[in-house]
Design a protein around this ligand. Structure first.
Ligand code: SF4
Length: 397
């Protein structure tokens, strides 16, 4: 499919909306009362520190809702106001935050359920309103909804669209897009749907494997098995790694995305020499500012002598997981939770260790003087952070 012209024609359709509906002021008021927090504002004004008795809270200097998420949530609220009587669906969680998604359910916004490995769009009828989330939707989904005659409200973050433009450019010049991301993350699924030939690498070790293959060749079958589900149909590592462009899931660890970009640049430089490099390698800066700011703030925060870290965000939120990684690399005991309800009575906490299932830790909160670092992912409202801090202060009693 010519994804570029499909998107262009979709954007011209009367059934497609990617700006608000003019209810911003009312919606902002509601959002403020539901998601903002006076306590968090007070901590911000106090240089991001709050001390009570033996406990000091250190908040990261950038955390929580990014503008892309705020915009998507506001558009979803506006959509409800603008279409009071219509059935409204959302193709996926609007953002990875349980409380926000719960609130949308209460507003009668339905989530498209999964049937096996596929989303079940059979519930969606002509005239229904369908919201595409902040991390976008695949071109196949957009086409399906357009064909059904739905009103499409597209809240895709402009930073994500920027990555889509990059892979379109790769495609135009027959370059393979090497996407740093998780092949089953919605954003990467959407991005790869706009790419021509693509390969998704999860981390530096996978990137290194690909770079070695480019320079020295290798076992083709092993390559394809290793990247099963993570490449375009018919991808051939012996042919499709001659011209490459780099793209990324916007919420990956910035330093890793940069290092992977550099690795491939050096690899193509070694293989083709400086004069030919630009004919074989393309890269655009598509790391989202918000992700970058949150990660930088986290690097600053872990410089404090923290007793422990609490990282708040949805368990399937990629940017939250990366914040957690930074704490772990610094060997700071770190607890990833998605709400204050995970802090249980009897000094227990239900949390998600990196790459492992939820578990309950006993006696997680130490005696004596405690310095608690707190941050939250781009999909977490301040209210949730406030609730966590209030619960932590219960240890003062
Ligand atoms: S984290 Fe960045 S790319 Fe993702 S929604 Fe927020 S601003 Fe957009």
């Amino acid at each position: 499919m010519d994804t570029k012209s499909f998107k262009r024609s979709l954007q011209q359709s009367d059934n497609y909306h990617r700006k608000g509906f003019g209810h911003e002021a009312e919606v902002m008021e509601t959002l403020e009362s539901e998601y903002q927090s006076d306590l968090i504002q007070e901590i911000r004004n106090n240089n991001y520190i709050l001390k009570k008795g033996r406990i000091t809270i250190y908040l990261a200097q950038a955390f929580g809702f990014c503008w892309g998420v705020e915009r998507a949530v506001a558009m979803a609220y506006e959509t409800r106001q603008h279409f009071p009587g219509e059935r409204i669906w959302i193709t996926n969680e609007i953002i990875h935050n349980p409380s926000v998604n719960q609130r949308l359910k209460e507003m009668q916004v339905g989530f498209i359920a999964m049937k096996g490995n596929e989303k079940d769009f059979s519930v969606v009828q002509s005239g229904d309103v369908v919201i595409l989330p902040a991390f976008g939707a695949s071109v196949t989904e957009m086409e399906l909804l357009d064909n059904k005659g739905c009103q499409i409200v597209d809240t895709t973050c402009p930073w994500v669209s920027k990555v889509w433009n990059s892979v379109e450019k790769h495609k135009k010049r027959d370059y393979t897009s090497i996407i740093h991301g998780k092949y089953n993350h919605e954003e990467t699924i959407a991005t790869s749907s706009f790419a021509g030939i693509y390969l998704i690498v999860l981390n530096m070790s996978q990137a290194q494997y690909v770079a070695d293959y480019i320079l020295n060749g290798g076992d083709r079958e092993e390559f394809l098995a290793k990247f099963k589900n993570a490449h375009s149909q018919g991808f051939d590592p012996d042919k499709d790694l001659t011209y490459i462009g780099i793209a990324n899931q916007t919420t990956m660890l910035k330093s890793e995305t940069e290092a992977i970009g550099k690795l491939f640049e050096h690899t193509m430089l070694r293989k083709y020499g400086p004069l030919q490099l630009n004919q074989h390698f393309m890269s655009f800066n598509t790391i989202c500012d918000a992700t970058q700011e949150r990660q930088d703030a986290m690097f600053e925060l872990v410089e404090e002598e923290l007793s422990l870290m609490v990282v708040i965000g949805g368990f399937n939120s990629s940017n939250t997981t990366h914040l957690q990684e930074i704490a772990i690399n610094r060997r700071i005991p770190s607890y990833h939770i998605d709400s204050a309800a995970r802090i249980l009575p009897g000094n227990r906490i239900e949390h998600k260790p990196l790459d492992r299932d939820l578990t309950v830790a006993e006696n997680w909160f130490p005696e004596g003087v405690v310095k608690v670092g707190i941050t939250s992912g781009a999909s977490t409202p301040d209210k949730v952070v406030e609730e966590v801090i209030e619960k932590i202060f219960l240890f003062l009693d």
